[in-house]
Design a protein around this ligand. Sequence first.
Ligand SMILES: [Zn+2]
Length: 202
Amino acid sequence: MNMVEAESSKEVSNAIFSRDVDKKREDYLEWTDYFMATAFLAAKRSKDPCSQVGACIVNQEKRIVGVGYNGMPFGCSDDEYPWKKASTSRLETKYLYVCHAEMNAILNKNCSDVKNCTIYVALFPCNECAKLIIQSGISEVVYMSDKHSAKEETIAAKRMFDSAGIKYWQYVPKRKQITIDFTEIDWNRMTQLPPTPLKETK
Ligand SMILES: [Zn+2]
């Protein structure tokens, strides 16, 4: 082992000992962060240029039973249907076509119903989604942003939630960011094995 290899092997050993591999991790993701992050991850699939929204439905056993994001209905091509917010013809705006995240999450459910489930949404649901949430039996709404609180759609949604006894509360994240690093999974391999020197071919 040469000097460089010895140094790098020492660094590797230090990296291993800096983690207590016998003790439960403290910085694991909490349930609410996990479910809201799932809604945000789903939103990344959205083709909407202005508003990417995700929703995640969770049952009483803390199992995810439906995930959705805003998008065009099946068979209606993302490339053919309009994404515009304004046009001389309403038929050329997205509003008549896009399915909201809440609708997709409810319809994507992988169980018989979503009664007494909680829905995690990035944005406070509109009135149309509020109707779907109420009728599907969802009993709680956790939202991140209420930026459209002055809009009639939001006021109507809250009015219906109040009448139907749906609990809703704003989620305040414990951390600002959650990083997904695809290389993390190889932590053991990367830290426990010293770099293999390349064999010289003659
Ligand atoms: Zn909606």
